[in-house]
Design a protein around this ligand. Sequence first.
Ligand SMILES: C[S@@+](CC[C@H](N)C(=O)[O-])C[C@H]1O[C@@H](n2cnc3c(N)ncnc32)[C@H](O)[C@@H]1O
Length: 210
Amino acid sequence: MSVLRMASWSYSEDFVGVPPLIDEAGREGAEMGAAPVKPAVGSALRLLAAAGQAKHVVEVGTGAGASGLWLLEGMSDTGILTTIDIEPGITNVARRTFRNAGIPSQRTRLINGDANDVLPRLTDAAYDLVFIDADIASYQHYVDQSIRLLRPGGVLLIDNMLYGDRVADPAIRDKATVLVRDLGKSLRDDERLQSTLLPVGDGLFSGIRQ
Ligand SMILES: C[S@@+](CC[C@H](N)C(=O)[O-])C[C@H]1O[C@@H](n2cnc3c(N)ncnc32)[C@H](O)[C@@H]1O
């Protein structure tokens, strides 16, 4: 990649500033091992939630609440974010993040649990947007559940689909990279979705449920 191309990429990554409370949540999450979405991913989440006037959103991988705040900023004022995280300590930090940001408690449903168990309990075709940002090993399961949860026209967003620039290099064939690479290709070819792979942050797969 040329130096100018790199500079353009870096410029667009930082093009939209990170609101201070999201920045703070991101730093807190990173300290606890829950790395937040990159700024360009966050602003894309906000944009896509706003474009669809999303009211019912599911997030897999709450972290300290950085991506949740981006989503809430874009969602309809009465929208409800259902967000799932397996770590009770992280869930408590996210609860504080949303409170400090002045988000009314009825707008967030924080579920502490394994998303593999929680997602199957959510209602079919009831959600406008699902965002996945948790453990890579379970991505296929999350995707299967997400497609069930989305209404026609709903949006599926998945972070880390370039997996630290490993996916693009066919010589890299460790288990996690192969899993992400194969998942991306199968989603691209899935007729239930109209999709693209946005090269923001660590790669944001975006698909609309047909
Ligand atoms: C990358 S962090 C999420 C960061 C968050 N989306 C943000 O931008 O602030 C991944 C999160 O997934 C959670 N996680 C990992 N495995 C999980 C599982 N099986 N079910 C639910 N959450 C899980 C971790 O506890 C961690 O908080």
